[in-house]
Design a protein around this ligand. Sequence first.
Ligand code: HEM
Length: 424
Amino acid sequence: MGESGEKRMFEQPLSRRDALKLAGMGGLGLLLGAGGGAALAGVRSATASKPEAGGAGDVIPFYGPVQAGIVTPAQDFVCLGAFDLTAADIGEVRQLFQAWTRASARLVRGEGAGEESGNSLLPPADTGEAMGLLAAKTSITFGLGVSFFDQRYGLAAKKPKELADLPPFGGDELRPEWSGGDVVVQVCAGDPQVAFHALRNLTRIARGKAVLRWVQEGFQRTGAADPKGATPRNLMGFKDGTNNPDVSDKKTADEVVWVQPSDGPGWMAGGSYMVMRRIRMRIEVWDRTTLADQEATFGRHRVSGAPLGAHNEFDPVEPEKKDAKGKPLMPADSHVALAHMDGKVRIHRRGYSYSNGVDLKTGQLDAGLLFICYNRTPSAQFIPMQAKLGAMDALNEYIVHVGSGLYACLPGVKEGGYIGDTLF
Ligand code: HEM
């Protein structure tokens, strides 16, 4: 939509008081106009349909060679939604992805989802709850589920062979309301309201073309509680993410995460496969086990996060190491000893804790891990790893997998293009 001649609802300038309030909240560089108007970089400001250049460092660009939200350092919150398509044909699916692209590029800059018409007889283009809020490092990542490639849109021949239903794993109790979906949208942000706002507006834009199948929200500790950004702890009290591969290193990311041109299909080059597992923790049972049992279950010390028998969190994981009596320091069925896979199979974990109130059947907390990982070749990475864990992991006594999904996350989009344009 063109901007000229249109009166946007966002166009009333911020009052000086509001601007100062925002500056106080975000500590941002603030440009106060002589008339009291303000333009804030990376802030959903009343004036800014385009943000000022050189933002507040909290804007993660939407456009780029790969999608953001995959090797991007994990923000504090996730709002993950799966959609089922109701679009009549492939043309409508394409229109949806184009509209999602336009809105996403705005949302990650801290703008409203669309240009406001200013016509008070129409509903606003944006739902409004993020007005005045920072972009908060929002990333929006799109992936396609197995069912996207069924007969409906004539794309079956383009389905990657790696995008197949995951096999059943030991201990699965999967529920349809937490599984599958034609399209997954992962919104991550440093603020839960900003994350929710983005998913809500993308859902609104999808009206008539796609409906929500499920939404799952997740959290970590925030910078307010942990300004130094140590490894976050999961709801079992252990540091989680310590031995993730260093995907800031391009070579490692290419090896572990990004689909390479030689892997095929061509339209997935620069994409990645996301696995989602909603893993409920039997928290109350866990809380009654001894510290020694808990540590033996993971194979790491609780306080330091060090591998059993070692002292520091980042000491190497060496499941073959034995004590003086020849007993492995790290039990062979411990989570880390098994997931280590001889150091040869790696995935990039990017999960969040979830808490979903009380399970009314048992009166226990419904909480756990919204496990999200990215990998280049699920058949050689996530699948053999989870097969091993599902069969033998000591942790299985305390967890149950209740949701699941595998999604082909598309390559990045160039400005002017749209998400999925390599496929359509
Ligand atoms: C509720 C379920 C789970 C919990 C609470 C959990 C927790 C942990 C913890 C505390 C660690 C040690 C610290 C670290 O290196 O991050 C760890 C390591 C790891 N986990 Fe999990 N995890 C869970 C599920 C899974 C699943 C489903 C997979 C993949 C199939 C997985 C793969 C790994 C890997 C690859 C490592 C690193 C192993 C190594 O050191 O080489 N985890 N997990």
